[in-house]
Structure formats: C-alpha cells, structure tokens
Design a protein around this ligand. Sequence first.
Ligand code: C2E
Ligand code: CA
Ligand code: CA
Length: 568
Amino acid sequence: MISGPRILLVEDDEDDVFLTKAYLDESFGKSYSFEHVSNLPDALRRAKESAYDVFLVDYRLGSHNGIDFIQHINRDLKLMVPVILLTGQNNRETDISAMEAGATDYLVKQNIDARALERSIRYSMKQKQAEEHIQFLAYHDALTGLPNRTLLFDRLKTILARFARNKHYSSLLFLDLDNFKNINDSLGHSVGDALLIEITRRLNEVIREEDSISRLGGDEFIVLFPEISRNKEETAVKTQKAAERIIHSINQPIIVGSEALHIGTSIGITLFAGLDTTSPENILRHADTAMYAAKSAGKNTARFFQHEMENTVKSKLTLENELRKAISENQFEILYQPQVCVNSEKILGAEALVRWMHPEKGMISPVLFIPSAEQSGLIHPLGELVFRAVCNDLPNFSDIPRISVNISAKQFHALDFVEKIDGILKEYDASPEYLELELTESALLADIDDTALKMKELKDMGFTFALDDFGTGYSSLTYLKKLPFDVLKIDRSFITDIIENRENAGIATAVIALGKALHLSVVGEGVETAHHLQFLKDEGANSAQGYYISRPISATDLVTWINQRIAC
Ligand code: C2E
Ligand code: CA
Ligand code: CA
C-alpha cells in the first residue's frame, strides 16, 4: 500500500515531467502515487474522478494557464486540495496572482530540486489540513462534532429549494433536555459534556442515514427529517413515532462514572414543504415555540407547532414589553399583610406583596406577571424595585418586628444578588435585622450549594429567612436541615380546607411538628376563619397570616391598623 502523497502533475513539457518525476522519486522513493496529464480538460476530469493530496500544475498550459485550473477546482469542484504552481520565470506579478487565486505555493522551475519540492508538498498538505480543520470548526460543534446552526441553515436552504417544486413534507424537531442545567451545575461540566456526547450517540442510533442532527448549543439539539411524504398527515404520524423513539432512547439511564443519570427531553415539531411556504428562520422559530408548549405540558413529551401558539407567544411578548415599561415608570405599589402571634394576636411581622397598577387595566396580581418577569429576566430590576420600596417604607414601621420580602429563585441565584441587596441597604440606611427573605423550595433545589453559601452570607449580615409555600414542593428534610432557615410557612392550600379535608389537616399538623422539631418558627398562611386560627393555635404554630386577620394593605393603612390595635 502506498502511504505517501497522491500527486497529479499537470504539465505539457515532456522534459519537465521527467525532471519532476525524478525529484519526486528522490524524495518519496516508492511511497507516493503519481499521475500525469498534459492539458486542462484532462486535469479537471481526473480531479473529479480521483482523490489526490496535491496538484502540481505548470503555469503555462497551452491556451490555458494554471490559474484557470485553480479557479475551476475551487469554485466548480469545491475541492480542498492544495495546488502548487510551477513556472518558468521568476515573475513577481505571476507570483501574486497565483497566491490570490488560491495556490498554496509557487515554485520557479530553475530553482527546484528534490528537497525544495518535497518541502513545498509537505507544507502545502499541512496548510490544507489546517484550513480544513478551521472550516470544520466553523460549521460544527466542537464537543459533539455535530453540525452547528450555520450548517443547519445551509442544509435547510438546500432542502427548501430542492423540494420547492415536488412538495414533499419534511419535519424538524427541536429538542431541549429537561433539567440539564441541574445536572451540569450539581455534577460538574465534565459530566454534562459526557452526557451530551452520549445523547448525540443515541440520537445517531435512532435516526436514518438521510436524517441529520445538529446542536444549537447548550442542551438544544435539532433533528431534521427531510422529504418524508407528500401527505401531511402521514408526515405527522411518522414524525410523531420518531419523536417517541427519541424520547424513549434518551430516557434510558445514562451511566457517567459511578452515576446513573435520568434525563428527559421536550420536543417541538414543525412540518414544512418548500421554499415558497417558509424560511429556515421561521421553521426554527416554530419548532422552538412548540418545544416551549411541550415544556409547559409537563416536559419529556413532544408537541406540534400550531399557529395559535404564535398568538400565545405574541401576547406573552406584549406583556413583557408592557412590564418593561411599567418597571421604568414604576407602576408598582407594595401592599403589606400582617402576621400575628396565634396566642396574643400581637403583630409579629408583615409580608410585602407587590401589585402592578396598570394605567388602563387597573390592578394586576403578581400571579399574572411574576412568571413572565422570571422568564424574561425582568425579575432582576423588578425585584430590586420591590426591595427599594420596602427599604423606603421601613422607617414608618417601627412597631413591626420584621418585614418579609419574597425573592424569586432567579433573582436569588444572580451572581450579584448579595452585592445589589447590600448596595440598596446602604442607600436607604436600612438594617437587615428588620428584614426577612422568603424563598420557595424550587428556588433552593435549583442549586443547593449556591443557596447554602448565599444564605450564610446574608445571615451574617443580619437577615432572617423564611421557607415559603412549604408542603407544595419537594419538602425534603435533607436540605431543610442543611439550610439556615428561621421560619417555615405552611402553604395556604393546606389551611384552606383543614376542616373538610382530614388529610390536609394531617399534613398541616405534621408540618407544624416538623418545624418545631427543627426549631423553626411556624407561620400558617391563608387563615380565613376563626376555625383556621384555632387549629393553628391547637397544633402549636407560632403565627398566622390571612384575610381573617387582614388583607394585604398599603403602608399607610398598615400603620393605622397597628395604631388601632395598640389603642384597644
Ligand atoms: P405568596 O408568597 O404565597 O403570598 C401569599 C399570597 O396569598 C398573596 O397573594 C396574598 O394576597 C394571598 N393571601 C393572603 N391571605 C390569604 C387568604 O386568607 N386567603 C387567600 N385566598 N389568599 C390569601 P398575592 O399577593 O397575589 O401574591 C401571590 C404570589 O405572588 C405570592 O405568593 C408570591 O409568590 C408572589 N409575589 C408577590 N409579591 C412578590 C414580590 O415582590 N416578589 C416576588 N418574587 N414574588 C412575589
Ligand atoms: Ca410569600
Ligand atoms: Ca406563600
């Protein structure tokens, strides 16, 4: 077998062919392959038919020249093979035009000897290899070797143009792994990388040769099924089955080191026919929208894109834009809901609850805009605005032991959260001893190490912490013991029907007992009746919050409310 370079010499002078061949023999001995043609048409035909590592091309070729050859193989044949031009004269202009046309090297015949020729061949091959590698990187993802977004778009354009006339349906699947971030954050990036590589392998296993996979980055993959059928329904059914196969394959445990990881994927599907119906950008956008629908439907499932979905996305965008404006104009007001001691009914604290005072729509509940603020990242400026408003109100609340502020998961995990909070405290000369931060369970689980570290930092500053909505999330004792909470808030849903629902009453009783065992102060939320209050009292909870005591009220009303109670 020949291991050295495969060389095609394009040369019309017999003496020069003889000489060049002699130099090559001297350099490579028997370990190279050599072919020779004497004109441009033959050269192009051979280049098309066979694989070569290098072309040695005479600059003067009858009515053509070597530059014509370079242009043909680069532009028409799109070959990545180095070309070394050989010329009879040492001419600066020829040299420059050769390099501009894309020749890898340029040798003057009189100066050639075996060593110069060998050096040039080896150097040109190395350079082409490097170029090829760079090209590969520009179109592929470095981790998995899959095509990247650029190559995907190129392919989509080709498919759309090719199938514009025959109207075959193709489908595109947008995959987003469920909870990949948790694995990456808790087990480290090398485990995350290994997981992505294994997912790539499994995807390759379940698809056909004509299908293709790309990685958009992070945990997002695209699977493209070109030209499935002329019938839309048939395309949908086949794609649905393929999506199910993909989900099943990804759901099988993935062993990385000593860990068996379980991962799901949400898939958005869109069908498309030809270039006249859509563009690559639209296809990807539709599949992305459908993927979000799959996430909302409970994850680890597939959803088809429907045009109605676009409206949901549009109204989401409108809300986001309005919210952005509302933040810059501060259309928000903070209400406070008192918390009282179950025995003495003395005020122990108040919870700050934000309201959006929309200029046309009136008051909007946080239940309607906090999720959108979290998704869009607007929770950061909004959370800051709430914290500022509370610090500003604080001097009026000298009779209230502490004010609690709700902090969303995203806000809490921001890198500069502590720094921001500290800055605002200084600005308002506010003391953290009067402030409590309310976190929900989902906020903690997202990143338990970061949570523990930040809580400790904030506790050292003087803040206290309440665990909000307890009982609705994972309610894991392990992390409850790990994290320095002061207060446990039993979710409203357990209190609401303690009278009718014995099971809920049982949970509420257990949670109060648990809180006490962990030396936490227990607050019952959603106290709407005297019965609710009595229940909390009997079970040994510390405090109560709810409409029975007071609805959330403005800062001014809260001060009046307290003064009236002190007076009685
Ligand atoms: P949450 O932290 O569980 O707040 C308690 C919610 O229960 C409040 O709803 C309050 O008005 C309501 N509530 C209080 N007592 C009763 C009662 O006796 N019966 C009933 N049916 N409801 C009662 P709100 O103010 O609409 O807030 C809803 C949620 O929005 C809050 O739930 C909290 O998760 C979030 N939120 C409110 N303000 C903020 C904020 O400033 N930042 C963040 N990140 N989230 C906030
Ligand atoms: Ca709360
Ligand atoms: Ca709550």
